[in-house]
Design a protein around this ligand. Structure first.
Ligand code: G3P
Ligand code: CA
Length: 365
């Protein structure tokens, strides 16, 4: 309450301040305990450490060393983006095209910008999906990252199952699902075949696409699902009415940091949609303190998290990597964090963790 500007001086009294502060404090405690109880009801760890594309700060995203490292660090979930090859195999790739994270331009120059669905599994397996990381991040480069292959869903499952002392779950996003009709059912078939639908909370499904959420819910009603939230095109309507692509701006993170939902009702409408369509929680974006590539609009304000909890929805925020942001998010009442730095998040939660360099060496990288 900004007492310098209020017209009602009773609101500035010490007693009022104490009441207001204690109300705020108990609301945030109640919100946290709601989150913990909600997570437990779905078999989901609290607070959840979700290794975004694996331990992708320290190894090429969505690669074997990224997922192996996340598993060894002790992440609760290996996060992955699901797509499908031309010959029908489920694979793990984030972008619509392959040019950022592989040598597709060299290997298939005429198909550099083609979607993942235009390639067979054999073609994808012939790409080098590791060397780009060494060039992009020379300080974290390792010769063993060269020529790493793109992974199938089954190979990530093998990694998740590969250490009897570590049992990470899978946090699976249907990516651009309108390009892959039937992918929700394909996913169910693979998870069932691998025995991964046996334990509540072992798999969490996530999507930005409400139709895919509905199809996931029809295919796997018992599996927890998260609707990813976003301000902008096909997402929450923004107050500015602007779209980044049309804004003419250069700095994406600065643009998104200024975007907010049109009003409170618009944000609450999306929570209600998530719930109606079968989600047990939401995955809101966040603005990072130091902005950067994965910084978006702030959708984890305390009132937003509290409104989610009041509706029985969990909140797993994407994608934070720094202690300052982990602390802010937890204080605001989130129940889990997508992070490229699972080790740092585990350390922030005071969970035991070995060093990334040590583990990568032990894993043979
Ligand atoms: O899945 C949550 C988060 O991963 C969403 O962003 O673009 O990294 O898949 P993105
Ligand atoms: Ca994702």
């Amino acid at each position: 309450m900004p007492c310098r500007t209020t017209k009602d001086s009773s609101m500035c009294s010490p007693l009022f301040r104490i009441i207001a502060l204690s109300t705020l404090f108990s609301a945030s405690l109640a919100s946290a305990s709601n989150g913990r109880a909600l997570a437990a009801a779905h078999g989901i760890p609290y607070p959840a450490v979700i290794a975004h594309r694996g331990a992708s700060h320290d190894a090429p995203e969505s690669s074997a060393p990224a997922y192996l490292l996340a598993r060894e660090l002790g992440a609760d979930y290996l996060e992955l983006d699901l797509q499908r090859t031309r010959d029908g195999v489920l694979v793990v790739v984030h972008d619509d095209a392959l040019s950022r994270t592989s040598n597709v331009a060299e290997r298939f120059p005429e198909r550099e910008k083609s979607p993942v669905s235009a390639f067979t599994l054999a073609e994808l397996k012939s790409l080098d999906a590791g060397s780009w990381f060494n060039q992009a991040y020379p300080k974290r480069a390792r010769p063993s990252f060269e020529k790493l292959p793109i992974l199938t869903l089954d190979e990530v499952i093998d990694i998740a199952e590969g250490n009897p002392d570590r049992h990470p779950g899978l946090y699976i996003e249907t990516k651009i699902p309108n390009q892959f009709p039937g992918i929700e059912n394909d996913l169910k078939v693979r998870l069932e075949a691998r025995g991964w639908l046996d334990r509540p909370g072992r798999v969490v499904l996530q999507t930005f696409d409400r139709n895919s959420l509905k199809l996931l819910h029809e295919a796997m009603p018992q599996v927890p699902k998260i609707l990813l939230l976003w301000v902008g095109n096909k997402g929450i309507e923004s107050a500015s009415g602007q779209d980044f692509a049309q804004s003419g701006e250069q700095d994406k993170a600065a643009f998104y940091a200024r975007q907010q939902p049109k009003d409170k009702a618009e944000f609450l409408r999306w929570l209600d949609l998530a719930k109606q369509e079968g989600a047990i929680g939401t995955g809101p974006s966040a603005t990072r303190t130091h902005l950067g590539e994965q910084s978006y609009s702030d959708l984890i304000q305390p009132w937003m998290n509290q409104a989610s909890h009041e509706r029985g929805l969990l909140v797993h925020v994407y994608t934070l990597d720094e202690r300052v942001d982990f602390d802010k998010a937890m204080k605001a009442g989130v129940d889990g964090v997508f992070t490229n730095r699972a080790g740092e998040l585990l350390r922030a939660y005071q969970r035991p963790v070995e060093s990334e360099a040590f583990l990568l060496k032990r894993l043979g990288y």
